[in-house]
Design a protein around this ligand. Structure first.
Ligand code: ZN
Length: 160
Protein backbone atom coordinates (compact mmCIF):
# COMPACT_ATOMS: atom_id res chain seq x y z
CA UNK A 1 0.00 0.00 0.00
CA UNK A 2 1.28 3.45 -0.82
CA UNK A 3 1.11 6.49 1.43
CA UNK A 4 -1.61 8.06 -0.75
CA UNK A 5 -3.73 4.90 -0.70
CA UNK A 6 -3.47 4.77 3.08
CA UNK A 7 -4.34 8.43 3.59
CA UNK A 8 -7.23 8.19 1.13
CA UNK A 9 -8.76 5.15 2.85
CA UNK A 10 -9.97 6.69 6.11
CA UNK A 11 -13.72 6.57 6.65
CA UNK A 12 -14.14 8.10 10.11
CA UNK A 13 -12.00 11.21 10.18
CA UNK A 14 -11.83 14.38 8.10
CA UNK A 15 -9.70 14.60 4.94
CA UNK A 16 -7.52 17.12 6.77
CA UNK A 17 -6.88 14.73 9.64
CA UNK A 18 -6.13 11.89 7.25
CA UNK A 19 -3.64 14.12 5.47
CA UNK A 20 -1.87 15.16 8.66
CA UNK A 21 -1.77 11.88 10.57
CA UNK A 22 1.64 10.31 11.06
CA UNK A 23 2.24 7.10 9.13
CA UNK A 24 4.33 4.28 10.59
CA UNK A 25 8.03 4.80 10.09
CA UNK A 26 8.60 1.17 9.17
CA UNK A 27 6.10 0.98 6.31
CA UNK A 28 8.67 -0.44 3.89
CA UNK A 29 9.91 -3.15 6.22
CA UNK A 30 6.48 -4.54 7.22
CA UNK A 31 5.94 -8.23 6.45
CA UNK A 32 3.03 -7.59 4.13
CA UNK A 33 2.58 -11.21 3.14
CA UNK A 34 1.83 -12.11 6.77
CA UNK A 35 -0.49 -9.20 7.51
CA UNK A 36 -4.28 -9.14 7.33
CA UNK A 37 -4.30 -5.43 8.08
CA UNK A 38 -2.00 -2.53 8.77
CA UNK A 39 -2.16 -1.08 12.26
CA UNK A 40 -0.02 1.44 14.09
CA UNK A 41 0.20 3.91 16.91
CA UNK A 42 0.83 7.48 15.91
CA UNK A 43 4.57 7.88 16.55
CA UNK A 44 4.02 11.52 17.53
CA UNK A 45 0.74 11.20 19.45
CA UNK A 46 0.55 7.93 21.33
CA UNK A 47 -3.15 8.10 22.20
CA UNK A 48 -3.95 7.91 18.50
CA UNK A 49 -3.96 4.68 16.56
CA UNK A 50 -4.91 3.68 13.04
CA UNK A 51 -6.01 0.59 11.23
CA UNK A 52 -6.22 -0.06 7.49
CA UNK A 53 -8.05 -3.17 6.32
CA UNK A 54 -8.19 -4.43 2.77
CA UNK A 55 -11.77 -5.09 1.75
CA UNK A 56 -13.23 -6.19 -1.56
CA UNK A 57 -13.56 -2.65 -2.88
CA UNK A 58 -10.24 -1.29 -1.59
CA UNK A 59 -8.55 -0.39 1.68
CA UNK A 60 -10.64 0.93 4.60
CA UNK A 61 -8.90 3.07 7.22
CA UNK A 62 -10.14 3.70 10.75
CA UNK A 63 -8.85 6.30 13.21
CA UNK A 64 -8.93 5.42 16.93
CA UNK A 65 -8.23 6.96 20.25
CA UNK A 66 -6.79 4.77 22.95
CA UNK A 67 -8.56 5.16 26.24
CA UNK A 68 -6.34 5.94 29.19
CA UNK A 69 -7.60 2.90 31.06
CA UNK A 70 -4.65 0.93 32.36
CA UNK A 71 -5.27 -2.75 32.95
CA UNK A 72 -2.39 -2.97 35.41
CA UNK A 73 -1.36 -6.60 35.54
CA UNK A 74 -4.80 -7.90 34.56
CA UNK A 75 -5.29 -10.00 31.50
CA UNK A 76 -7.46 -8.86 28.66
CA UNK A 77 -8.56 -10.53 25.49
CA UNK A 78 -7.98 -9.05 22.05
CA UNK A 79 -11.28 -9.25 20.23
CA UNK A 80 -9.54 -9.44 16.85
CA UNK A 81 -6.98 -12.25 17.26
CA UNK A 82 -8.45 -13.72 20.49
CA UNK A 83 -5.09 -13.64 22.25
CA UNK A 84 -5.09 -13.07 26.00
CA UNK A 85 -2.58 -10.35 26.82
CA UNK A 86 -1.13 -9.00 30.01
CA UNK A 87 -1.62 -5.43 31.21
CA UNK A 88 -1.06 -2.89 28.44
CA UNK A 89 -0.90 -5.58 25.74
CA UNK A 90 -4.59 -5.01 25.00
CA UNK A 91 -6.36 -1.67 25.24
CA UNK A 92 -9.83 -0.37 24.56
CA UNK A 93 -9.66 1.66 21.38
CA UNK A 94 -12.49 3.95 20.51
CA UNK A 95 -13.41 4.93 16.97
CA UNK A 96 -15.91 7.62 15.94
CA UNK A 97 -18.76 6.19 13.90
CA UNK A 98 -18.79 7.03 10.22
CA UNK A 99 -20.66 10.18 9.17
CA UNK A 100 -23.08 12.28 11.19
CA UNK A 101 -23.26 9.89 14.15
CA UNK A 102 -19.51 10.14 14.60
CA UNK A 103 -19.52 13.92 14.38
CA UNK A 104 -22.13 13.89 17.14
CA UNK A 105 -19.75 11.95 19.34
CA UNK A 106 -20.96 8.38 18.74
CA UNK A 107 -18.18 5.83 18.97
CA UNK A 108 -17.57 2.11 18.71
CA UNK A 109 -15.06 0.45 21.02
CA UNK A 110 -12.69 -2.38 20.22
CA UNK A 111 -10.41 -4.27 22.59
CA UNK A 112 -7.31 -4.89 20.59
CA UNK A 113 -3.59 -5.67 20.81
CA UNK A 114 -1.77 -2.37 21.21
CA UNK A 115 1.13 -3.65 19.10
CA UNK A 116 -1.29 -4.52 16.26
CA UNK A 117 0.55 -7.80 15.77
CA UNK A 118 -2.69 -9.85 15.68
CA UNK A 119 -1.81 -11.30 12.26
CA UNK A 120 1.52 -12.55 13.59
CA UNK A 121 -0.02 -14.04 16.75
CA UNK A 122 -2.57 -16.12 14.84
CA UNK A 123 0.17 -17.37 12.52
CA UNK A 124 2.45 -18.26 15.42
CA UNK A 125 5.10 -15.86 14.08
CA UNK A 126 5.12 -13.82 17.27
CA UNK A 127 4.55 -15.08 20.80
CA UNK A 128 2.57 -13.11 23.35
CA UNK A 129 3.51 -13.08 27.03
CA UNK A 130 3.48 -16.60 28.56
CA UNK A 131 -0.01 -18.05 28.87
CA UNK A 132 -1.35 -15.75 26.21
CA UNK A 133 -2.61 -18.33 23.80
CA UNK A 134 -5.26 -20.86 24.56
CA UNK A 135 -4.82 -24.38 23.32
CA UNK A 136 -7.17 -24.18 20.38
CA UNK A 137 -8.03 -26.84 17.89
CA UNK A 138 -8.43 -24.33 15.06
CA UNK A 139 -5.95 -24.44 12.20
CA UNK A 140 -3.97 -21.32 11.30
CA UNK A 141 -6.24 -20.78 8.28
CA UNK A 142 -9.30 -20.96 10.51
CA UNK A 143 -7.76 -18.47 12.93
CA UNK A 144 -6.98 -16.10 10.07
CA UNK A 145 -10.56 -16.43 8.87
CA UNK A 146 -11.86 -15.67 12.38
CA UNK A 147 -9.57 -12.64 12.62
CA UNK A 148 -10.94 -11.32 9.31
CA UNK A 149 -14.52 -11.92 10.44
CA UNK A 150 -13.87 -10.10 13.71
CA UNK A 151 -12.34 -7.14 11.88
CA UNK A 152 -15.05 -6.95 9.25
CA UNK A 153 -17.71 -7.23 11.94
CA UNK A 154 -16.18 -4.24 13.66
CA UNK A 155 -16.12 -2.25 10.40
CA UNK A 156 -19.78 -3.11 9.84
CA UNK A 157 -20.69 -1.78 13.29
CA UNK A 158 -18.76 1.39 12.57
CA UNK A 159 -20.57 2.16 9.34
CA UNK A 160 -24.05 1.09 10.43
ZN1 ZN B 1 -4.79 -9.06 18.77
Amino acid sequence: MTENEIRGSFINCSKGEAKRLNLPRDLDSRRWEDLDFLGWRDPMAHERAYLVVERGDGPVGVAFRLTGADNGSRRALCSVCVTSRQGPGVALMVAPRVGKAGREGNTVGLHMCTDFACSLYVRGLKQPEPGGRFAETLTVDEKIKRLEENLHGFLDRLTK
